[in-house]
Design a protein around this ligand. Structure first.
Ligand SMILES: Cc1ncc(COP(=O)(O)O)c(C=O)c1O
Length: 285
């Protein structure tokens, strides 16, 4: 498999990361996970915008353009002969020495394309189950919008879900409000409108979340961004999770308790159809 590292396409085994890389040392890096279909990168512009904003927040000086990164990803797909893939872009600073960081520190750009599982590659609406994680809470602050490589708490949350034979862990903020999944955003249908935790809770501004909200606006589907306690989800009729690789997944149970009929509901199916149309447009553009 070929990777892109610091200006070159290299075989995986040729890539060397420095021990002075601050993503390795401190988790000070940012990343994007994107999906490629038909050899094209889905929602690249939206991913670029989040990467760019995250870079600004961390003081990273990006030394390549939006077009440069797009070209790198397309070339990476071609080099690996992938039409469908998961793409990961990581940006991290590398210290010049073991001294304090300096403004001259090098910015590393790493891009990886990897094959998807059969399930991930399929454009289907799968049911998933989640746990509600109460043991650790997530903060809303000036860095909540940054998709950073310091992921200890998210990884731990996901591991708890896996240990409970579930697909996702739902997270709460410090005040006990619903936040998001450890790797997804959350939407639920209360019988009148779709609701999703507002970004004020500290939820990641997910690219898929953003596209779904645009779809709601265009199709005049009622929706609200809210701060809500978990009871709102438990009383919901339907729910779904969103993420760049899996798109939309129907959330049917939380902590073993059914949401609505514990099935892929009608309202979710309607949203899924609109989502598929939007992805189709993206591939045709
Ligand atoms: C914590 C968290 N929330 C939400 C998402 C979904 O974001 P996106 O739709 O941009 O993939 C992710 C994706 O990895 C995530 O890690």
């Amino acid at each position: 498999m070929y990777l892109y590292s610091d200006g070159k396409f290299l075989k995986e085994e040729q890539v060397c990361l420095s021990p002075l890389d601050r993503s390795y040392l401190y988790g000070e890096g940012i990343f994007e996970t994107l999906k490629a279909q038909e050899g094209r990168v889905l929602f690249f512009k939206e991913h670029w915008e989040r990467l760019f904003k995250g870079s600004q927040s961390l003081g990273f000086k990006i030394n390549f353009s939006e077009q440069d990164l797009h070209d790198i990803l397309i070339d990476l797909l071609k080099k690996n002969n992938f039409l469908v893939a998961r793409l990961r872009v990581t940006l991290s600073r590398q210290n010049q020495s073991w001294e304090d960081p300096s403004p001259k520190d090098h910015l590393n750009l790493l891009a990886v394309a990897s094959p998807l599982t059969e399930k991930e590659a399929k454009e289907e609406l799968f049911p998933v189950e989640a746990i509600l994680l109460r043991e650790i809470r997530f903060l809303s602050d000036a860095l909540s919008h940054v998709k950073s490589t310091s992921r200890l708490r998210y990884l731990w949350a996901y591991a708890q879900a896996k240990a409970a034979h579930c697909n996702e862990a739902l997270l709460l903020d410090t005040e006990g409000y619903l936040l998001e999944g450890s790797r997804s955003n959350l939407f639920y249908w209360n019988g009148k409108a779709w609701q999703t935790p507002s970004l004020g809770t500290g939820a990641l501004p997910g690219v898929t979340r953003q596209v779904i909200i645009e779809i709601f606006k265009e199709a005049k589907i009622p929706f609200e961004e809210v701060r809500a306690f978990p009871e709102a989800l438990k009383n919901a009729k339907e729910a779904f999770l969103t993420g760049s690789v899996r798109g939309i997944s129907a959330l049917t149970k939380v902590d073993g308790q059914a949401i609505g009929e514990a099935q892929v509901g009608e309202e979710t199916q309607k949203v899924f159809k609109l989502w598929q149309t939007r992805v189709g447009q993206e591939l045709a553009d």
